[in-house]
Design a protein around this ligand. Structure first.
Ligand code: FAD
Length: 577
């Protein structure tokens, strides 16, 4: 119907479903459930509308949203694996959630990642094969912004062309692209070129696909796609922005108490707590931090821990907020002999010129994300932990992102240097962290421990990954281009030096998952049944990045989109009439 700014506008409406969080997953579910005109849905989003937010629209401006009014601005607890350093954790605080501010990289992860989830949960519906049609339902593969010939850069047979969310290859070539491709030929082995890493077997180097709508050069988020004007016109679809949900409230007792009421407060000064009740279900889609936070605030979690902060436990579910997994990442910079790098684009006068071009016709370097090529790899021999955290032999342990400059400007690299980055991330980590309550005030931030590089086996894999990056830049293709490591990467060669470098430079790859994980029906561990219903209660489901028992081995948005598509069908099938 519209995007509402004031809850008074929706208070008289009877909602079948209330979705908490208008983010990546939440907007998919809202869209799919309202395909039935008889079903009324309300989305409650803490952040503001995405409409007219330039930093969200321009792909290249993604990181401008950090520390802005569109970011939750979280900081982690001191990270043991980073020698006590705390690190930033940006999360979208805006309609579209993190899909409105992320780096747009679209990777589906591996066949084995999903098949493992199917095996763990005992629900074959989570296997790659069953999810394949949902990937296609989500995806609308479009031409890149520059209209370049994409033959040999992707495999059309694995893509959807009639879905809702635009995906395209990068729309502005960068000087390193050809060098990286040459290096794949020179080095071969696990640096071999892969035509399309979204076929479920991504090991090797390939062209990045991004959630950019090529023809317009704009970001495609769950808000611009699943809540586009044509869908927002549905009279049964309502979105309330600037409203933060504090708790879900029990509406009926019994063995499996029912929670159908949400409590929230609008962000305008002086706003009071308000409640709304759904007739069928509350669906938590507040993300891997927000959803467990709301459950804990509501008394659903580890009873002992809840009592410790002064909350009355209602449902003992010890794994709420546990099992947090993220990808630890480092943006390794190398000094480059070239002047057409990101450092050039970031000069204010150059950015201004490029923004003019982007506004005129949606082309130019600002249509790109941070990299045009990406690679996935495994470690070998003793570097593989006893219990291999990867889902199988075709699932990577780590990733490199090849970027034409510093991924984000930082203080460690002199501003006058031009850079080639080979960012490295652990995509199958063993370490786990948690989301726990800091206080009993639901509007206080929770304690977020990402567990980055906590396990020695992860630090060992990261060392192998760094050495692997050094090997890559030694390819003849870079002989005239890469001078050597920059900043404090220079001189880091021994294990001890690499460990010190990691502790100083590693941070999040922005992919927290797993804090309300699925497990088999009836299992004591886990938070959700395989149909995403919260265990031990009625009326509550979780649909977002929290649900993964293991973190997918790629960037997480495609995985979130696909589980949200299937979740919508699961929910629909629970209410055939
Ligand atoms: C900076 C950054 C870069 C990233 N880069 C990439 C990338 O390049 N590729 C990729 O695949 N993935 C990337 N990711 C990760 C990816 O975007 C997320 O995994 C995915 O979007 C998570 O989807 P979600 O639905 O679980 O949560 P979100 O999309 O974060 O949605 C949660 C929503 O709930 C709202 N919310 C939270 N709490 C409340 C509350 N109490 N009341 C009301 N609303 C609430 C939030 O404001 C938000 O809108 C990145 C993420 C970030 C932050």
């Amino acid at each position: 119907a519209a995007i509402h700014k004031n809850s008074v506008e929706v208070q008289h409406i009877k909602f079948d479903f209330i979705i908490v969080g208008g983010g990546t997953a939440g907007n998919v579910v809202a869209n799919r459930l309202t395909e039935n005109p008889k079903v009324n849905v309300l989305v409650i989003e803490a952040g503001p509308s995405h409409e007219g937010v330039l930093n969200s629209q321009v792909p290249w401006f993604a990181a401008n949203n950090w520390f802005s009014t569109y970011d939750w601005n979280y900081t982690t607890t001191p990270q043991i694996g980073l020698r006590g350093k705390s690190t930033i954790l940006p999360r979208g605080y805006i309609l579209g959630g993190s899909s409105s501010i992320n780096f747009l990289i679209y990777t589906r992860s591996t066949i084995e990642d999903y098949d493992r989830i199917a095996k763990i949960t005992g629900d074959k519906g989570w296997s790659w094969k069953t999810l394949e049609p949902y990937f296609k339902k989500n995806e609308k593969f479009v031409r890149p912004a520059d209209g370049h010939n994409t033959t040999g850069q992707f495999d059309p047979s694995v893509h959807g062309f009639n879905g809702i969310n635009s995906v395209s290859l990068q729309g502005s070539s960068t000087p390193i692209d050809a060098k990286v491709i040459s290096a794949t030929r020179q080095l071969g082995g696990d640096f071999k070129f892969v035509l399309d890493q979204n076929n479920g077997k991504p090991i090797g180097v390939g062209w990045i696909q991004t959630t950019v709508d090529g023809p317009t050069g704009r970001r495609s988020s769950s808000a611009t796609s699943y809540l586009s004007p044509k869908f927002l016109r549905r009279p049964n679809l309502h979105v309330l922005v600037n409203a933060q949900v504090s708790r879900v409230l029990q509406t009926k007792g019994g063995n499996t108490p029912t929670f159908l009421k949400v409590e929230f407060k609008q962000t305008s000064p002086g706003s009071k707590l308000t409640t709304l009740t759904a007739t069928r279900e509350i669906i938590l889609s507040a993300g891997a931090i927000g959803s467990p936070h709301i459950l804990l605030n509501s008394g659903i979690g580890d009873s002992k821990a809840l009592r410790r902060v002064g909350l009355k436990p209602l449902v003992d579910l010890p794994d709420v907020g546990a099992n947090l997994a993220d990808h630890a990442a480092i943006a390794n910079p190398f000094v480059a002999r070239g002047n057409n790098t990101f450092e050039e684009i970031r000069k204010p006068e150059v950015t201004a010129k490029l923004l003019k071009q982007w506004k005129a016709n949606g082309t130019g370097p600002l249509v790109n994300s941070i990299a045009s090529l990406i690679s996935f790899h495994r470690v070998f021999g003793n570097d593989i932990p006893k219990l291999d955290p990867a889902a199988g032999p075709n699932t990577p342990h780590f990733e490199h992102l090849f970027a034409n400059g510093l991924i984000v400007p930082n203080a460690f690299v002199p501003p006058d240097q031009h850079i080639f980055s080979v960012a490295t991330a652990l995509v199958s980590p063993s370490s786990r962290g948690s989301v726990t309550l800091n206080t009993s005030n639901p509007f206080d931030s929770p304690l977020i421990d990402l567990g980055l590089l906590k396990e020695e086996s992860d630090r060992r894999m990261m060392r192998a990954a760094l050495r692997h990056a050094f090997k890559f830049v030694k390819a003849p293709a870079f002989a005239d281009y890469v001078v050597g490591p920059a900043g404090d990467l220079a001189g880091a060669t021994t294990d001890a030096q690499l460990d010190a470098y990691m502790a100083a430079e590693a941070g999040t790859f922005f992919h927290p998952t797993g804090t309300a994980a699925m497990s088999p029906k009836g299992a004591k561990s886990g938070v959700l049944d395989p149909d995403l219903k919260v265990k031990k209660v009625s009326g509550l489901r979780v649909v977002d990045a929290s649900i993964f028992p293991h973190i997918p081995s790629g960037h997480t948005q495609a995985s979130v989109y696909v589980i949200a598509e299937r979740a919508s069908d699961i929910i629909k099938s629970s209410y055939p009439h």
